[in-house]
Design a protein around this ligand. Structure first.
Ligand code: ZN
Length: 274
């Protein structure tokens, strides 16, 4: 017998970066609260446990896209590890050495283009941006604005910057009236940058006139001065997004990094969340 179990609540993870302690803390904190996991890429790079994190995502994530670190670790054309900063590069090269054939096979098959989940055709998932799926950093409303022109879905989930944020695109009717002449109606688009509150579900009132780009932040290497692992839960039934943080044993990850001689700077930054 075959039952169709609809996917309603989705745990969205991004930029795990081989930080198994952080990933396990997120999974422990969310038990029973989701029906599926979607991952926005960069499962590996920076952290000490690439194979363990890949194994967890292979087992549990229904969808996962390719991140720039995942790609760089594979050493395929398209991304040059020499373009990475020296510490990131060192971590990529170390990851390449320890990556098992099984982990490599998983990373190899990750799509490096945005994907539209079966569960909802109004959603798009990409690592970096709709325009440059693996590489572009969406850090400002103006870069977001350019990217809203690159997709038609109502919500696009992005990662890559390691900073939780929501960009809200709106199409307004604007009426311009010059004195003594006829008024003219025109449509203009604006983009606002919103900072979601932790643990407070927000209603996703999207439409063709109101679209969103949502970044859940990073599980394994947050860069918004909050050291805790970041993630979010999308509820397709209630149409809500809840952005959350959970603390993890940072020292444990740092000890694991020291044990395999990953760069000091990468170890230290976890204590500050940048
Ligand atoms: Zn990343």
């Amino acid at each position: 017998m075959c039952y169709h179990i609809p996917i309603m609540r989705i745990l969205i993870l991004s930029d795990i970066h081989a930080n198994l302690v952080a990933l396990e803390s997120v999974l422990n904190a969310t038990v029973g609260r989701y029906d599926a996991i979607w991952c926005l890429g960069d499962v590996v790079g920076y952290g000490p446990s690439p194979n363990e994190c890949v194994a967890l995502m292979r087992e549990r994530a229904a969808l996962c896209v390719m991140g720039n670190h995942d790609w760089a670790v594979l050493g395929r054309p398209g991304i040059d590890v020499d373009d990475f900063n020296p510490h990131a590069r060192q971590a990529v090269l170390w990851t390449r050495e320890v990556l098992t054939a099984e982990s490599r096979a998983y990373l190899e098959q990750l799509p490096h283009i945005p994907i539209r989940p079966e569960a909802d055709k109004n959603l798009l998932l990409t690592h970096a941006s709709p325009r440059e799926p693996v590489l572009e950093y969406i850090l400002t409303p103006s870069i977001a604005m350019e990217n809203f022109a690159e997709f038609t879905e109502q919500i696009c989930f992005i990662g890559h910057t390691h900073k939780p944020v929501i960009y809200r695109w709106r199409l307004h009717d604007e009426i311009t009236a010059d004195a003594g002449t006829e008024s003219e109606r025109q449509q203009i688009a604006t983009v606002e940058m919103l900072q979601p509150q932790i643990g407070v579900p927000i209603k996703l009132n999207t439409s063709p006139q109101l679209r969103l780009m949502i970044n859940p932040g990073s599980v394994g290497q947050p860069r918004d001065n909050d050291v805790r692992a970041a993630f979010g839960i999308l509820d397709l039934e209630a149409k809500t997004w809840c952005y959350e943080r959970v603390g993890y044993l940072i020292e444990l990850t740092q000890n694991q990094m020291r044990a395999v001689n990953l760069p000091r700077r990468l170890i230290d930054r976890l204590s500050f969340g940048w």
